[in-house]
Design a binder for this molecule. Structure first.
Ligand SMILES: [Zn+2]
Length: 211
């Protein structure tokens, strides 16, 4: 449990260091058995110490620590309930958030969409921390490991914190590529077909790392 907490704090700090999150906006969780360790609300990640562990059960009841869990906990719990995820990363990454205000789905600008299960969808806006937002996110995640949250940010999950983190970084990068390509006046980016992305999905399952 202590090791999982250290890894969670390191991942949360990485989201700040890599510019995916400003201040305390964003949150990270990891599932250990039937306990979910989660970043607390309102505490800068550089001030989190080993003794600050915050844990809840799968129903959201606090079972570890005294700091209050993130207000965006319902979204994390919904993902653990509906998938076999072991870790969830939520950020307000700038390019991804910008894209979430422009489209209903991220155009197929790059084949790395396959690493997230296919075309990335945008979960319709709802107030942060609500069950409604959690449900919108689950719908956008169907068959996928990442989505955008309209006028809000990103959510990805994975079998480990590092995998969930990498998926967030890939998603933010793809959004940045699309924005860059779309911003050239008088032309529009070529896009991939669903079949082309699906073919890469097959390859990723068969051969491991993408080239
Ligand atoms: Zn948020």
């Amino acid at each position: 449990m202590a090791r999982a907490w250290d890894e969670l704090v390191a991942t949360a700090r990485r989201t700040v260091a890599d510019g995916l999150v400003v201040g305390t906006s964003g949150n990270v969780s990891v599932r250990v058995g039937d306990t979910v360790l989660v970043t607390p609300t309102g505490v800068p990640y550089d001030r989190l110490a080993p003794g600050d562990v915050v844990g809840v059960d799968l129903a959201g009841r606090q079972v570890l620590g005294s700091l209050r869990p993130t207000s965006e906990l319902p979204m994390h719990l919904a993902v653990y309930d509906a998938t076999d995820a072991r870790a969830v990363v939520h950020t307000h990454a700038v390019h991804a958030t910008a894209v979430s205000t422009l489209v209903r789905e991220l155009p197929l600008i790059h084949y790395m969409a396959a690493a997230l299960g296919g075309q990335v969808l945008v979960a319709p806006y709802a107030t942060y921390g609500t069950q409604e937002l959690a449900e919108n996110v689950l719908r956008a995640l169907e068959g996928r490991t990442g989505c955008l949250l309209q006028n809000h940010g990103t959510l990805t999950h994975g079998s480990s914190l590092s995998q969930a983190y990498d998926r967030t970084a890939q998603l933010e990068w793809m959004c940045r590529v699309w924005l860059a390509a779309s911003s050239v006046p008088g032309t529009a980016p070529t896009l991939l077909s669903r079949e082309q992305v699906a073919e890469v999905g097959e390859r990723l399952r068969g051969y491991g790392q993408p080239g």
